[in-house]
Design a protein around this ligand. Sequence first.
Ligand code: 3PG
Length: 213
Amino acid sequence: MTPALQSHASLALCQLAPVIPVLVIDDLAHAVPLAEALVAGGLPVLEVTLRTDCALDAIRAMSAVKGARVGAGTVLSAFDAARAKAAGATFAVSPGATPALVAACSKEELPLLPGAATATEVMTLLELGYRTMKFFPAGPAGGPAMLKALNGPLPQATFCPTGGVSPSNATDYLSLPNVACVGGSWVAPAKMMEAGEWDGITALAREAALLPR
Ligand code: 3PG
């Protein structure tokens, strides 16, 4: 799957909802109710970070939830791409990009949303064929002002800013012409998951799903 086709698929996912929840799942028992809660709130595209022991099993379990489009986050290597694909991930997100990761996602037919934070990184990804990218870490890398500046010379790149995005600044990003959606962990707080407050998470998702863009 060429980077151009991967980007096409990533853009379609980014257009499904204004927010992609970035999920850190410590307890496998949380996976299915969490996915159900977020989908019920209108957020179907879910990024499960490969930072916890049960992440791959969580991807496997959540993929069976009706309406959920489950991908893997923190995909750093060819090995990560292969095990994410084997677990049923339908896309991969990475904080940056390396030649090995790009080659692996092409081989695995796994659409990659690669990270970029500078003009050179954006240009490098465009050269490879990626037009849809994660802007990471969005806040520290310059926030909406940086994306606005990048849109001047590089309007062909479309972003999913992630890292430091919250309900208070999400619309600053979503109102930009080169932003398709944002990523964020705020819709699935660890404390609410531990307490089983799935209705509360659905309410957070509903608010996020209604963000204008
Ligand atoms: C992360 O690094 O976990 C993601 O970029 C999400 O960042 P956030 O917690 O600031 O939403």
